[in-house]
Design a protein around this ligand. Structure first.
Ligand code: SF4
Ligand code: SF4
Length: 436
């Protein structure tokens, strides 16, 4: 037997936390057992047989012949080529009702789905299912611009038809809205309920700060109070919803996070998760041992909230733009793979025709799909590979391997690895105990 390559050890007060990134599991060991796990498996099996067997069962120790890296390569390959799921992102409008200063998108005023393009999207989905009998799950994400600008009159009728079509075939469909929440009003709730909608809602810290960034341009009215009310409304009145509350932070917002926690203290913890994301334009001032961030993460967790920090949940690929069964369709029929760049002709990868067929720019698509995101000198040996899978395909298309270090998640983390591991451990166990 041998020790898994993907074990990461972190000293805790009187013991050692061991996290296996490949299996996404933790164990807590005495200092003595941790030393034996690292250096002398035979002695561990004799002195702590129960711990030894548990470590085998949970893959912290693996068979000598196991090639863990090869297993990961196979996992990646299977998931990016999976015929079972299709990831469809729709951009119902590239207009927005707010104008956050950091938004990368070029807004197209008044842009919206026409009846013809809605029909073409529905037709595309019908063809997907009839051409791919193995397809059993359609994962629809609504993005923009602000995707809810014409929700009742244009988007909901399309999504409702998609839902009816997919469920009539006894297949599964889900709808995830990335929104600023301004257009979620009580009268739209039954429609979201019908779609079993889940959401990502962005917030820019405490009230004053948020209202300076996210306000209605015409009236200058801030959107914070309305957004907090909407979060309560969704979590109280929708049985099956989930909100990923994305908090865009910078050094000025962190000290005021307590106010936000107070405002959300009564939200049902099972229906909300907190994601902390630095406003990327403020990254040059980053502190790589950010005590303030650490204490804020702890404060959310101590109040029973699940927290995610960095894009490092266990998954099987870097970004869904690498997945074969994936595309982004805009309101005007333009088709993209990546949703993290301007939706302009320069970044376009294809076009949806009225008969529901996508005509891809095949050489461009092939080039993207040929990138194996972790297959480079930086990532191959990285213990975080199962959580990260390397710089995304878009970044790799735009740069050369010499630049990859600048995108490395380990380099861009504001916690040291030991603090990061303790946070993951606490997140897995402390907030879970609140939610039982
Ligand atoms: S920029 Fe990268 S991570 Fe973002 S959507 Fe595009 S491919 Fe994915
Ligand atoms: S980008 Fe960095 S963290 Fe991600 S797999 Fe590569 S080396 Fe590891």
């Amino acid at each position: 037997m041998k020790v898994s390559y993907y074990n990461i050890y972190t000293k805790n007060k009187n013991n050692v936390i061991c996290y296996n990134t490949k299996c996404d599991s933790f164990c807590v060991l005495s200092n003595a057992d941790a030393e034996l796990l690292k250096n002398n498996l035979q002695k561990l099996s004799q002195e702590s047989p129960k711990a030894y067997n548990d470590l085998i069962k949970n893959k912290f120790i693996v068979e000598d012949e196991t090639d863990e890296y090869q297993e990961l390569c196979q996992e990646y390959d299977a998931s990016i080529n999976s015929p079972y799921t299709y990831h469809l992102t729709l951009l119902p409008s590239l207009d927005c009702n707010l104008r956050c200063w950091y938004c990368f998108e070029k807004h197209i005023q008044g842009s919206h789905l026409t009846a013809e393009n809605s029909q073409a999207i529905l037709e595309y989905i019908k063809q997907l299912f009839s051409r791919n009998p193995e397809l059993n799950y359609l994962n629809v994400e609504l993005f923009g611009g602000e995707p809810l600008l014409y929700f009742k009159e244009e988007l909901y009728p399309l999504l409702s038809q998609i839902k009816q079509y997919v469920t009539a075939r006894q297949k599964r469909v889900s709808f995830f809205f990335v929104t600023n929440a301004v257009c979620i009003t009580p009268d739209t709730l039954p429609l979201f309920n019908d779609l079993n909608a889940t959401f990502q809602i962005s917030i820019d810290g405490y009230k004053d700060r948020h209202d300076q960034i996210k306000f209605i341009p015409e009236t200058k009215e801030g959107t914070y109070d309305n957004m907090v009310r909407t979060i309560y409304m969704l979590t109280e009145q929708m049985e099956n919803t989930y909100i990923n509350l994305r908090i865009n932070y910078d050094d000025e917002t962190l000290p005021y996070m307590k106010d936000l926690i107070k405002d959300l203290i009564d939200v049902n913890r099972r229906k909300i998760g907190i994601h902390l994301e630095r406003v990327w334009q403020t990254g040059t001032f980053m502190n790589y041992d950010n005590e303030e961030l650490k204490s804020i993460i702890n404060l959310w967790m101590l109040n029973g909230f699940k927290v995610s920090y960095m894009n490092m949940a266990r998954r099987s690929y870097s970004c869904k733009a690498s997945v074969r069964n994936q595309c982004v369709i805009s309101y005007d029929g333009a088709v993209y793979k990546c949703s993290g760049r301007d939706f302009t002709t320069e970044h376009q990868d294809g076009v949806l025709s009225p008969d529901g067929n996508i005509h891809w720019n095949q050489p461009k698509l092939d080039k993207r799909l040929s990138i194996v995101t972790y297959d480079n000198d930086l990532c191959r040996k990285c213990k975080f590979l199962p959580l990260c899978w390397g710089p995304c395909c878009q970044k790799q298309l735009e740069t050369t391997p010499n630049d990859f270090r600048r995108f490395c998640q380990k380099q861009n983390m504001e916690l040291n690895i030991a603090d990061y591991m303790r946070y993951r451990f606490n997140n897995a166990y402390i907030s879970n105990s609140f939610n039982q």
